[in-house]
Design a protein around this ligand. Structure first.
Ligand code: UD1
Ligand code: CA
Length: 459
């Protein structure tokens, strides 16, 4: 039998105090909405309809091409939101999952269990519930003396007895599709918030003598609904633990998993070592046995095997096997560090290719450069790539030796095996095998030092 899904994502999320719609706030690098969408995808619905409203275009961008959308132009409540899916779904045979876009921790596994439970119990509606130590703020699941679910009562509508109940509505449900849209015609706004509550369909089904059930999550953690930034940080913490445990199971060492911040789509090879305060973001991959020491941050980069990155930043770059970076280096977007290259302390590389086995050990800037293999950059080398308006390329061959404190003014080419004298300002191309000296000649004035005030023999 077919499954459909409705994701509720029209709300503003007032308690977030944010310009960004609530469901677009990120947890471990992707929006809460994408987390929910990924979990929903695991039950393979034949249609997914996402209800959008507040800043609809922004929300649609995130799932463009993956979901249908229905607009709820005024946010009159979760029941009203589901009504917006009527043109797409009403009258279809099958079951419909309804899930809130602000519950990023619910897993596909739990949704599959919910579907199986719902189908095998032949329910018209099944609520995904959990036991909360502190149920404040959630809708409570009310059961009769026989333990059957009779209704859901919202926090703001609950009486003192109901407030004591710890079984909460996670905001996820499975419904017999046709009956869902029929029941929604009967809900009203007669409640503390003056909203159309989706939860009211439960008592409507019960009164019609239909079978309603609840599937209890084993783990409350999954059910977290994010309404404010405190809950957002809680969700981040839970997700971080899940992600890091997955990597540890796969053979990655974490010195302190609580202090390693790894986005959900990051890949890490076995035997890699992640020290404290490492941040890995976006579409990053880390090769086997690579070591990231404390404080390293890698964004949208491919790092190969056997690399060591010490307390450094790498962004949108590719680093090949055996490279060493840092400490305190900055590899900026568009860089390619080839095998066994070394980028040392206080070195910045930007939009540059650094050849195999090439070394820039200290205090150097490489920008818009194409550098061959086995090149040595002396301390304090600057490739001057910018004239205030345009950026220019420096091309350096293989086995070149750049003397310390050279300033190389692009555009310019230095041939294979050439050498620049320390302290040179290089303004012209240098042929292969040449030595370029671009500095003033030193002149010594013997005996003159005595005229200086600091000289011990000065009168
Ligand atoms: C809802 C449930 C509550 C449950 C909780 C779980 C209702 C009436 N209450 O309460 O029982 O315990 O979720 O987290 O359903 N939305 C719309 N359009 C609207 C209103 C909301 O699309 O008009 C969306 C929001 O963007 C959000 C989701 O629905 O993603 C839930 O809305 P929210 O206002 O957070 O509901 P809760 O008060 O948390
Ligand atoms: Ca909520």
């Amino acid at each position: 039998m077919s499954n459909y899904a409705i994701i509720l994502a029209a709300g503003k999320g007032t308690r977030m105090k944010s310009d960004l719609p609530k469901v677009l706030h990120k947890v471990a690098g992707i929006s809460m909405l994408e987390h929910v969408f990924r979990a929903v995808s695991e039950i393979n619905p034949s249609k997914i309809d996402t209800i959008v409203g507040h800043k609809a275009e922004l929300v649609e961008q995130v799932l463009a091409g993956q979901s249908d959308f229905a607009l709820q132009s005024e946010q009159l409540g979760t029941g009203h939101a589901v009504m917006m899916a009527e043109p797409a779904l009403a009258g279809l045979e099958g079951h419909t999952l309804v899930i809130a876009g602000d519950t990023p921790l619910i897993t596909g596994e739990s949704l599959k269990n919910l579907v199986n439970f719902h189908v095998s119990h032949k329910n018209v509606a099944t609520i995904l519930t959990a036991q909360a130590d502190n149920p404040f703020g959630y809708g409570r699941v009310i059961r009769n003396a026989d333990g059957e679910v009779t209704k859901i009562v919202e926090q703001k509508d609950a009486n003192d007895f109901e407030k004591q109940i710890k079984e909460i509505n996670t905001g996820t449900y499975l419904f017999e599709n046709k009956r869902l849209f029929e029941a929604l015609k009967e809900i009203n706004t007669d409640n503390a918030q003056g909203e159309y509550y989706l939860t009211d369909v439960i008592s409507i089904f019960r009164q019609a003598g239909e079978k309603v059930g609840a599937y209890l999550l084993r783990d409350f953690e999954e059910s977290l609904g994010v309404n404010d930034r405190i809950a957002l940080a809680t969700a981040e913490g839970v997700m971080r633990k899940r992600i890091n445990e997955k990597h540890m199971v796969n053979g990655v060492t974490f010195v302190n998993p609580e202090a390693a911040y790894i986005d959900i789509d990051v890949a890490i090879g076995a035997e890699a070592v992640i020290e404290a305060n490492v941040v890995l973001k976006g579409k990053t991959s880390i090769g086997e046995r690579t070591v990231l020491t404390n404080g390293s941050r890698v964004v949208d980069s491919q790092i190969a095997a056997d690399v060591v990155i010490s307390n450094s930043d790498v962004e949108e770059s590719i680093i090949e096997a055996g490279v060493t970076v840092g400490p305190y280096a900055h590899v900026r977007p568009g860089s390619l560090l080839k095998k066994k290259a070394h980028i040392g302390n206080f070195v910045e590389v930007k939009s540059s290719i650094v050849g195999e086995n090439t070394k820039a050990g200290h205090l150097t800037y490489l920008g818009n450069a194409e550098v061959g293999k086995d090149v040595n950059f002396g301390a304090g080398t600057i490739l001057a790539n910018y004239d205030g308006k345009n950026k220019f390329t420096t091309t350096i061959g293989d086995n070149v030796f750049i003397g310390s404190n050279s300033t190389v003014i692009a555009p310019l080419t230095i041939g294979d095996r050439a050498l620049t004298a320390a302290g040179s300002v290089i303004t012209k191309d240098v042929e292969s095998d040449a030595i370029a000296i671009g500095r003033a000649r030193q002149e010594n004035k013997n005996g003159y030092a005595i005229h200086f005030n600091h000289h011990p023999n000065k009168k």
